[in-house]
Write a protein that binds this ligand. Sequence first.
Ligand code: C2O
Ligand code: CU
Length: 479
Amino acid sequence: MTIKTAVADLTRRRFLGCTAAGAALVASYPALAAPQAPPARPLVAAAGRQALAFGTATHLVDTWNYGGAVPGPLLRYSVGDRLRVDFENRLPEPTSVHWHGLRPPNAMDGAAPLTQPPVQPGARMTYEFDLTDAGTYWYHTHFRGWNQQDRGLYGVLIVDERNPPQVDRDLVLVIDDWVVTRDFTLDTSFGDMHSAAHAGRLGNVATVNNSSDLAIGLSAGERVRLRLVNVANAQIFALKFPGHAPVLIAEDGNPVTPRPLGDEHLVLGPGQRADLILDATAEPGATLQLDADTLTDQLHLARFVYGDAPGGSGLAGRPVAPLEPNARPTPDLANARRIPLTMEGGAMGRMSGAMMGGRMMGMRELVAAGRVWAFNGVAGGMEAPLATLKTGETVVVDMVNATAFPHAMHLHGTHFREIERNGSQVDGAWRDTTVMAPEDRVSVVFVAEQPGKWMFHCHMIEHQSAGMMAYVEIEGERA
Ligand code: C2O
Ligand code: CU
């Protein structure tokens, strides 16, 4: 099957069964942290060991983490709070922290080396900004991510709504995949050009909150909010909830009109999030699955395990109300500036060469330099902006995926909305990352909000570092 049809299929394929096996592991992340007070909180990046349950056994894996665990501490705030994190780097190499999906001022964006110098080993940096958006976000390294993020440098950041939906419990499900060796140590062949030129570093084990068979306890009759976060380097998960009928309420933190998933898969590309309302409608004692299709596999990810007695406050079955939208400038589509962005390169691509470091290079030379992808003929175009914009300006980016692989395009500093997909007008939700299948043509609109240099890249980290990155420069006062 071609990747094109595989990606298309991910959105419509039905549950095909899975091999659920393995030990139960108590969900560690779903337990809610108490709301954080806005004052400074420390965050340390360091090497450490993390228990990961792969199948029937638990393995201690060497990771790099925030706060001593993978995922890092759940940072939780209320909309309008000010985030203040005193970050310290105890890793053996420089790093930075990026607040994915949030809209901080440019200097706090963490996109090293574009917006700040990387934080050196032993050094510290304070990140501080106002949290203007409610929703489910995450934070991760933005320096040598193909190595650092894969080793575990990420965590979830929740900004609570002023009027959160009524639920019995609020559960965070962090989905990752790992490349492990036969003896279950982390394979450290990071940055190999083969995966960079193909679909990126794809794991051979997928985990939810550190288990390949997470048991999520439910009581019949309760209503839970699920916050799903795909932190994998490159894997696209198409999630399926057989027996349950979850309702989608937000994508990438931003509210959508509540929409029952029905038979549809929930596609989550790298970096993307989804918030769902799930009513526990099965009988006490039941076990239902959380499955995922990927480009190559059908996986079992987790189990919903019902207790013997009903529980909850009787919310299950009630209508799901929409969340309040996050405030943002309104795009002026009639006067939008258009930027073309053609994605090229990779294995089985047609690219014969690209600009790098201000000079044209053939494929052989590019491969030797670790660059195999390009935007508009420039491989890793961080020497000059893709466009220089004024704050308040409305911009439409017309993206064309002229490669043989899917990509997950992510813009820093603001959110965008799809307005056109493969020739049809669409009314997309505001989000920060969008998945494009091979040959897809997708147009997104955004408003240039804050001055500074804002990255626009593929969130498949190996693609990013091998050339799929660019930035826009925005001038003026905050819009
Ligand atoms: Cu989540 Cu530029 O990244
Ligand atoms: Cu990509």
